[in-house]
Design a protein around this ligand. Structure first.
Ligand code: NDP
Length: 395
């Protein structure tokens, strides 16, 4: 029985709160804090209607370490679950250290003025968390998150050595808008327009943005073009999966999405450098975000499935082996259950499970951890139980 403080009332935050509310034996009290309290209230009302449970809501500016620390000191949660934006990771970690609370997030830190997400800012917190006997779990979403745990599970049960990993993320959902992103548009477009990067034979190799593609036949979706991108789990898996020769990340995009993105990029709308407009400094990408549909509003209109998984090759008992481990998630089923589309769902459920692992001491440690460093078995069992069942195919 534990009290949890959830920060961020966006698409992912809504799923996390609904899923925690479904498990009162672990999450006995839930407090939701975010910048705009009206969004917290809407989630509170939905949770009350769907589960009959009451949660506390409050406003906080998580960039303000003193305000965050005061909130943690008042609420006294066993764990702070951060599903605000990556920019808030460091201030919330600082507040957890100041107030003495465990920490969990779903995306690694990236500075607002530089599109470069990396663990290099959060890993150095290891000694500080360890010194206080606290635990921080990084990247407990789907990718990163479940994809890391898939690697750990494969290493434990299927391979003596893992040599090649391809992580493939397909969203075949249709929301009916000409152009929209499935999670925060600013974070999503920064990620997609960055240079591609993968790791092979001990070094990082870079590619032009979305210039390398392969067709992959996704179960229950069919063949789709998947584009090579840099993604944050690659950085930790290269460190933690021993013997790896190559790891890459691929994501599907429709031709329509790519056409819109190309035009927006060509006219400068995806830029993050401030421009002067009628006496105001505006950041083009933030202005674009204001025009695009709120990802949290896509739930009622998105149909179709997502399929995210890992193709893993290596050696078992001296013989080559290749497996595909994956989850399929249906947008409309997610909406029926928690009022959100599948991208928010596939992120929010692993965030709840990661928190559950920590609060029940199934996962315990002192310092800062990535998902693949912990025992995959209880997490994999919980995925089957709480809405993200997985399958393994021998290839
Ligand atoms: P949203 O933009 O929908 O939600 C973010 C929420 O954080 C908003 O409610 C926002 O408030 C709040 N927020 C922003 N700044 C602050 C602040 N300074 N203080 C307090 N609250 C703040 O994003 P998503 O829900 O789509 O994404 C949430 C996180 O999940 C992101 O970090 C994203 O990168 C991550 N993610 C991870 C994935 C994974 O698989 N690992 C996949 C998808 C997303 P307001 O409402 O006022 O704007």
């Amino acid at each position: 029985m534990s009290k949890v403080l959830i920060v961020g009332a966006g698409g992912v935050g809504s799923v996390v709160v609904h899923k925690c509310a479904q498990v009162p034996e672990v999450f006995s009290e839930i407090v939701l804090a975010s910048r705009t309290v009206a969004k917290c209230e809407a989630i509170r009302d939905s949770v009350r209607q769907r589960t009959g449970r009451d949660i506390e809501v409050t406003a906080v500016d998580a960039d303000n370490v003193a305000a965050m620390t005061a909130l943690i000191n008042r609420v006294k949660p066993a764990l702070v679950l951060n599903v605000a934006l990556p920019y808030q990771d460091l201030p919330i970690m600082d507040a957890c250290l100041a107030a003495g609370a465990d920490y969990l997030d779903t995306a690694n830190y990236e500075p607002p003025d530089e599109a470069r997400f990396s663990y290099t800012w959060q890993w150095p917190y290891h000694d500080k968390f360890k010194a206080q006997g606290l635990m921080a779990l990084l990247g407990s979403g789907f990718d990163p998150g479940v994809t890391n745990v898939y690697c750990a599970y494969a290493a434990k049960h299927y391979f003596d050595e893992i040599h090649y990993v391809d992580i493939l993320d397909a969203n075949a959902g249709d929301h009916g808008h000409p152009f929209a992103t499935n999670f925060n548009p600013e974070i999503n477009i920064r990620e997609v327009t960055a240079r591609g990067k993968y790791w092979e034979n001990g070094q990082w190799l870079e590619t032009e943005p979305l210039s390398v593609k392969q067709s992959f036949d996704f179960p229950r979706i069919g063949p789709r073009n998947a584009y090579l991108m840099y993604h944050e789990e690659l950085e930790s898996l290269v460190k933690n999966i021993k013997g790896l020769k190559r790891i890459r990340f691929w994501m599907t995009f429709s031709d329509n999405y790519l056409k819109h993105l190309e035009v927006l990029r060509n006219v400068g709308m995806t830029g993050i450098t401030p421009v002067e407009f009628e006496g105001h400094q505006i950041i083009p990408l933030q202005f674009l975000k204001a025009l695009l549909p709120d990802p949290a509003s896509l739930g009622p209109r998105t149909k179709g499935k997502t399929c995210i998984g890992n193709v893993i090759e290596g050696i078992k008992d001296g013989k080559p082996r290749k497996i595909y481990i994956y989850n399929i998630c249906d947008h409309e089923e997610c909406y029926r259950e928690v009022g959100s589309q599948a991208i928010s769902y596939t992120t929010g459920v692993p965030a709840m499970i990661g928190a559950m692992m920590m609060l029940t001491n199934a996962w315990r440690g002192q310092g800062v951890f990535n998902m693949e460093q912990l025992d995959p078995d209880p997490f994999m069992a919980a995925l089957n139980r709480y809405g993200l069942p997985w399958e393994v195919k021998e290839l």
